[in-house]
Design a protein around this ligand. Sequence first.
Ligand SMILES: [Zn+2]
Length: 539
Amino acid sequence: MPRRAPLPTLMAGIGAGLLALAPAGIAVAAPVDPTAFADTVTVDAVAEHLERLQTIAAANGGNRAVGTPGYEAGAAYIESVLTEAGYTPERQYFEVTQQTIDSHNLAIDGVDVDPEEIPLSYTPSTDPATGVTAGVVVPGAALGCDAAAWNGVDATGKIAVVSRGECSFAEKNLAAAAAGAVGIVIYNNTSGDLNGTLGEPDEDFIAGVGVQQAQGQAILDALVANPALQATLQIDQTTEQEQTFNIVAETSSGTADNVVMLGAHLDSVPEGPGINDNGSGSAAILETAVQLAQSGDLNNKVRFAWWGAEEIGLLGSAHYVDDLVANDPAELDRIATYLNFDMVASPNYVISVYDADQSTFEAPVEVPEGSVQTEDVFTDYFDSIGQPYVDTEFDGRSDYEAFILNGIPASGLFTGADGEKTAEEVALFGGEEGEQYDPNYHTPEDVLENVNEEGLGIMLRAIAFATASLANDTSAINGYGAAQPETPVAPGTTPAGQLAATGADATPFLASAGLLMIAGAAAVVLARRRVLADARLED
Ligand SMILES: [Zn+2]
């Protein structure tokens, strides 16, 4: 469906003042003063929420990861605060796939490959104990993408060795399986590990691993020297479906026709309590919700979401948006803009804004109309108080991805993760040059004692200011509630500067499910989509 269709009232283009737009029977609210509201969302209150989240993690295995008691207890705390503040929070459940790799091995003529192979996400098991030992076979066309590549090659009962390139690992796997192979080794076509995913489970897959390019070449050389070369591949894994959930709550006040949405992921990684990542964003929007409920009538409804399963592939936000695309696209259209907050209290912080206008970084994604104006709300605020800020790439590497893929404008704030602070940033914000923005990123040390309250305070005021100002008016973003134009505009035309452009077709979502791989008992490999920094490769 086409995105960002102009609202019928505005299409008429006549007398589209605020009063005319208010649904019948609902009085137009007095605006909330954004500057005054910014004072109400305090570091003290947010630190109290963070302390509770930390206590909850400590009492529940040290984290708030998907599928754990810590996630459930953390969510219950968020819900209790919301309920106390007068909201009716709702859980939106969805399924995630979790894969545990208990053991794996690849040996060529009895010698283990070194460095170790990496099982492809969603690989099935071999015989879990003994694995499979078989001859080695290569396709007629080295890339092994389809049946033709295996024409005239007897792969039955053998282990296929295939180069990365041209098609997805899943396609290579299925083509080798169809040719009769019982296992597949995919070697890199560039330097480095091949840390790949098959995308989603498929009962036709054969067991598969990735190895480095040099290892693949060594196997091919050995095969030339010895056509009877034997490989042993062993993978023992379990794959389980389980349920997790998002929490969604919205103001009772404000028109439901024009919704401002704020989101933060609530889940942590299994390695730690996730107080900066992303207790900070979660607590920030929680306190914003609490204070907004006491701020009188709003023009636009404000909806808050605490996303589940972000750390294993942005799954909660993807589910929320995909569900609207499939079942209620009109409701998706009513979201004026989406604000994302994922880490806003980094110890060695920068004050950064998602660079929707691409003034610093060319975005590797389509930037929906209205995103630049959403970014402006933050940057204009910082400019107005003389607060320096920098841009962070508008790359979809957090929960705004699903929104922007479907044409919803977005922006957000970020204090930095595993990148290193530059001299220029130290000049603007202080801190340590050459050190990570958050040295505790995804570790057990991501605790309250390590968050930076100064950076957090700056971000809280910006979040609160933006929320109040957009609750008043999103006309710069989507034309909703725009004042009557001086020159009447003919029906069917777009008043310049007032309506976001229409057009961008809904983009199908990249992948439907994510995967948590646990190698051995403890170490966890993230399996995000390939757009993410630490993504597993799909091809
Ligand atoms: Zn995060």
